[in-house]
Design a protein around this ligand. Structure first.
Ligand code: SF4
Length: 203
């Protein structure tokens, strides 16, 4: 019996389904569709595959971002990933829309106009967001962390035990951070005496 890999199986069944729907719904060929006769290639055929992790929840499903001409053209589940083996839930299947959405008039994919691409700052008690640059934001964060840490640092606890900690600052991660980023956050936060760390993926 011929062995077939999961990746090959998904490729073949994907091509068959697309070919079937092309037949059922009028046979119109578009650049989005693949046919078994090879006349219209998959649009991701020459795209570069960039593996990544779904940013939405703690399961950490693997995805493949397809990039062509410096732009994301598709995102799909990674068939070789041990967690999800190619499948994505409805939330994960919409990751592409973080970057691009389909224009309802033209049907073409365009950059998502709701995507936040600048640093936005809302001062305490203000109802206004102001655009800031990254240099300002990083300096401001560093200064506030240092001020809060120095003002709250405890060398000893109530029993005289050395603790070298601050409980005035907490760090909350997200699944959008990958393992390496979480490792660095952990190192940095513990180096300044932080002990209240959490991450919804519990990394
Ligand atoms: S694809 Fe769904 S289940 Fe998997 S990590 Fe993303 S949100 Fe979680």
């Amino acid at each position: 019996m011929t062995k077939i890999s999961r990746r090959k199986f998904l490729q073949l069944t994907g091509v068959s389904s697309l070919a079937a729907s092309t037949f059922l719904f009028g046979g119109r060929k578009t650049v989005e569709a693949a046919t078994t006769d090879g006349a219209v290639p998959l649009r991701i055929r020459y795209a570069k595959e960039v593996p990544t992790t779904c940013p939405y929840c703690s399961l950490g499903c693997g995805s493949i971002v397809h990039v062509a001409g410096g732009e994301v053209i598709s995102i799909a589940g990674d068939p070789d990933h041990p967690i999800n083996e190619g499948a994505l839930c409805s939330k994960g299947a919409s990751i592409f829309n973080l970057r691009r959405v389909y224009d309802s008039k033209t049907g073409k994919s365009v950059l998502n106009p709701s995507r936040v691409t600048e640093v936005l700052y809302r001062a305490p008690n203000s109802d206004q967001w102001k655009v800031k640059n990254w240099d300002w934001a990083l300096r401001e964060i560093a200064a506030r962390v240092k001020k809060a840490r120095d003002a709250s640092f405890e060398r000893l606890d109530a029993n005289g035990v050395t603790v070298n900690r601050t409980t005035a600052i907490a760090h909350l991660g997200s699944a959008a951070l990958e393992c390496e980023e979480n490792y660095l956050m952990n190192k940095l936060f513990r180096a300044i005496g932080g002990i209240n760390m959490c991450h919804h993926a519990r990394l």
